[in-house]
Design a binder for this molecule. Structure first.
Ligand SMILES: [Zn+2]
Length: 291
């Protein structure tokens, strides 16, 4: 670890410690669609394929190679953009419908810390990870360390585009991860993939225990969506390493192909939000000073 990384880690740690007893208002409701739209309820494997960027590489004969050709990437981009248009149409339609319910969706909520100030954020974006089959992946996320069972909240006003809480799998030192099924994927485990229609950003929350939302749900920032877990490749971790894997992606030009999703490092937005809360003014009841 370099000095700079240590400093970043300490910043996240300090923010976490000081922010740990802050409790912003939590909304525990979300909006289930009144009209199910087939266009946006694709099978999980298809949605995860569209969420793909080009960080996955094979290491072969001393060279790194991308796992997708340019043609394949272009096809993913076209399909993903079509889906985004459908999602935005769907979002507006559902917001209008929600006005006729007892809990109309409030779209004024913005960014919200997914762990509500709890846990220690680690700046481990881009760390290399070995995967089966001579594959190397970069860790396109920040891990926030805190124990299994803690609540996770929506980071913004979003549509749930994939959600699963039925992951099963086994792990041992020799075989690694095996007999996996369900969830968002073998390594991801249980989780939720969210799309923000206003920023066109994707959020992935991985390794969850419980998942309380379904595909198509529309949820404001700060809504309870699940709990920290140990599913996917987090299964092998010791208790002190329990964490939420939090990833953000937005349309960019990853591997030089226009439109391919570009992962962003969530550390800064996570840490800055906590620092902001840290410097919030403290209101003192003047009379109590003289008691
Ligand atoms: Zn992670």
């Amino acid at each position: 670890m370099t000095f700079r990384n240590n400093l970043k880690y300490a910043l996240g740690l300090a923010a976490a410690v000081f922010a740990s007893d802050m409790k912003p208002e939590i909304k525990e409701y979300h909006f289930s669609p009144l009209v199910q739209r087939e266009e946006i309820t694709l099978p999980i494997s298809k949605v995860m394929e569209l969420y793909f960027d080009c960080d996955q590489v094979f290491y072969n004969a001393g060279r790194f190679r991308y796992t997708r050709t340019i043609e394949e990437l272009n096809e993913i981009v076209t399909k993903r953009k079509n889906l985004e248009e459908e999602l935005i149409r769907y979002y507006n339609e559902q917001i209008n419908l929600s006005r006729f319910t007892f809990h109309p969706i409030d779209t004024t909520y913005g960014w919200h810390d997914p762990l509500n100030g709890k846990g220690q954020i680690k700046d481990n974006f881009n760390d290399p990870r070995k995967r089966p089959g001579r594959r190397i992946e970069k860790h396109k996320a920040s891990d926030i360390f805190l124990s299994v069972g803690n609540n996770i909240y929506s980071p913004g006003n979003v549509i749930v585009i994939a959600a699963s809480g039925n992951w099963r799998g086994k792990w041992n030192g020799k075989k690694g991860l095996y007999d996996t099924k369900g969830g968002l994927g073998d390594l991801t485990g249980n989780g939720a993939l969210l799309f923000s229609p206003s920023t066109r950003e994707y959020y992935l929350l991985a390794h969850l225990k419980d998942v309380y939302v379904n595909t198509g749900d529309i949820i404001p920032g700060g809504t309870l969506i699940g709990t920290v877990g140990k599913t996917g490749n987090a299964l092998s971790l010791r208790r002190k390493d329990d964490h939420l894997h939090f990833a953000m992606k937005k349309e960019g030009e990853a591997c030089g192909v226009p439109g391919v999703l570009q992962p962003t490092n969530p550390f800064r937005i996570l840490a800055e939000e906590r620092m902001k809360n840290l410097y919030r003014p403290i209101y003192v009841d003047e009379e109590s000073l003289y008691e």
